[in-house]
Design a protein around this ligand. Sequence first.
Ligand SMILES: Cc1ncc(COP(=O)(O)O)c(C=O)c1O
Length: 410
Amino acid sequence: MQTVAVSARLDQVRYDIRGPLSRRAHELEAEGRRILRLNIGNPGLFGFRVPQHLRDAISEKLPQSEAYCHQQGLLEAREAIAAQHRRHGAAAAAERVFLGNGVSELIGLSLSALLDPGDEVLVPAPDYPLWTAATRLNGGVPVHYQCPPERDHLPDPDEIAALVTPRTKALVVINPNNPTGAVYPRAVLDAMVAIAERHGLVLLCDEIYDSVLYDGAKFEPLAPLALDVPCISYGGLSKVHLACGYRVGWASVTGAERRIRPLLHALDLLASLRLCSNVTAQWAIKPALEGPNEIGKLTQPGGRLYEARAAIRNGVARSQFLTMVTPQAALYAFPGVDPERLPGFDDETFALGLLENENIILVPGSSFNIAARNHFRLTMLPEPAVLDEALAAIERELARTAEKKTRRVA
Ligand SMILES: Cc1ncc(COP(=O)(O)O)c(C=O)c1O
């Protein structure tokens, strides 16, 4: 019997956050083990609740959610998004906002609108790996610019400029960053805009963590700095409003009218092909953007996310093996293993060992498109006491890894 041949386009496409390690975790769960899931930024799994006023809005509007809506999304939701962007100084307009089933869908739509085979997209490394995957899926070539821990995970604009070729089409900015928690300073963002302007690139700015900030970190949205430069800014309900399961994301297109007109038409066509995004959940957007800032309470001292981050920082400080740039934003920590203490460390082997021996799943750093194999990402979502224990378990597994190496050398 012949097996089904799937598209060769998928050969280079990876999304290891839900990859082989995650499948192994499911197998272990089926055998009755309890696995601590530190691999996915899914607040609802850890007892975080969607703010009540969002749920109320959806219940109330359920009877008005039965028809398709406009391909770009409900007007009242798009108006609320554009108004929020305008408050931050961007020239946003409801007619240039597109709603999607999560930012995920809109990333695919945007790259599909922009790329011809062989077009290059500048993507940060580490990145949120959908950006690299969606570039490849749409025939593009991801070209990674490095954001290493030695530079507090910030990009170097000169290095980015040196990667531009005549095929470069777009520059992806993930700010605040997943997986590193870096928040880009104004000077870096200005320099990135200048590169886009000089080389005619589109800025693709993933700002889904724009209000998940610690220690007074200041987030600067890109669109107000980009002015006439074509820019798509992405945001959504998944993280800031703790509503991953609602699948609500948005993309706001800004830039000089004459430059963005074809892009708007392409996005409109692609949005029409999928008719519209989930209508029910769109009713939560206006109350989310106009209501109280619930996430701010969680990221303040005493707040659940703040204290979770402190538990991870303390665990790293106690560790014989780990170092970390403290995340200033988002829901993740991205520690590294000191290569002098554990030479030849392999992040994937370690992650598998941690799962098998300690019942914890996290994501190896190389899943985020970096060459180095000495990092891993864990979420800051469990209770701080649970993270305390998880860090102790990680240390035990690191010690086991060190012991094996010593035995092999001896
Ligand atoms: C940086 C970044 N962008 C986009 C997404 C996709 O979010 P959603 O599709 O839930 O809106 C995520 C999810 O973790 C993310 O971390």
